[in-house]
Write a protein that binds this ligand. Structure first.
Ligand code: ATP
Length: 230
């Protein structure tokens, strides 16, 4: 049964403006436990902007977004911790070792402090799952692009409870084996009651990730001198 407390991510009548131009409007979306959506649209149509609106990083120009019944911009840190956003940037500092960078991210949303030994073991296991065994003590800056992407995705393996994943181009820079692994994790994640909204310009096979097309509003492109917005 769906109650406010597990209603998932809901966008109602959302519009987005960037750089003085309306990208989309009237967007309705619902993402519940066990569901996965593939957000599709041409370059510049607003997919990244929508992901950032959905996780509360930027407000929509119109409309509302809620997560389990709470407006997404008013989520407590604990509630926000149930949303996992991974953008184009991997949020792993080059000068840190992989284990330090992942440990920092894991600590950000932890409901209780991790025991350092247990966390190290879990991170090592997560890295094995993404195909980076033994990389815990390697500096992030020495990883290849694909390895960095895999390390960022390893963050998703550190959660006890299934979360709502908002992933911007998770397959970017992954090899065929990495993509296949990703699809396998998604299947397990959905079976556990997690959910996923992802963008991808790379084709993939998972029939469980249903297409969701972002229909841009036709209109003039902004003047090149226009200052970027927040
Ligand atoms: N901070 C900003 N200030 C001004 N304009 C922005 C800003 N962020 C994005 N835009 C503009 O908004 C539009 C949509 O960008 P966005 O990154 O959301 O598109 P996208 O669909 O994710 O594109 P891609 O497929 O290339 O990743 C682009 O025209 C971009 O230039």
């Amino acid at each position: 049964m769906i109650s406010e407390g597990n209603s998932g991510l809901i966008a109602s009548d959302v519009a987005c403006r960037r750089g003085g131009r309306r990208l989309f409007r009237g967007l309705h979306l619902r993402l519940q436990a066990g569901q996965a959506l593939w957000l599709r649209g041409p370059n510049g149509s607003g997919k990244t902007s929508l992901l950032r609106i959905l996780c509360g990083l930027v407000p929509p120009a119109e409309g509302e977004v809620s997560f389990d019944g709470t407006p997404v911009r008013a989520l407590t840190p604990l509630q926000r911790g149930r949303l996992r956003y991974i953008g184009h940037a991997n949020a792993l500092k080059s000068e840190l070792r992989v284990g330090e960078a992942l440990g920092f991210l894991a600590g950000l949303h932890a409901e209780a402090p991790h025991h350092p030994g247990a966390l190290r073991e879990r991170m090592a296991h997560a890295l094995e799952q993404v195909g980076l065994p033994g990389k815990l003590d390697q500096f992030v800056g020495t990883l290849s692009q694909g390895q960095r992407r895999k390390a960022a995705l390893a963050r998703l393996m550190l959660d006890d409870e299934p979360r709502t994943w908002l992933l911007d181009e998770p397959l970017e820079a992954l090899d065929a084996h990495g993509s296949a692994r990703f699809e396998a994790w998604v299947a397990v994640h959905l079976d556990r009651g997690g959910s996923l909204l992802m963008t991808s310009h790379v084709a993939f096979n998972s029939p469980r990730i249903l297409p969701f097309d972002l229909n841009p509003v036709p209109g003039p492109t902004p003047a090149p001198h226009e200052a970027p917005g927040p």
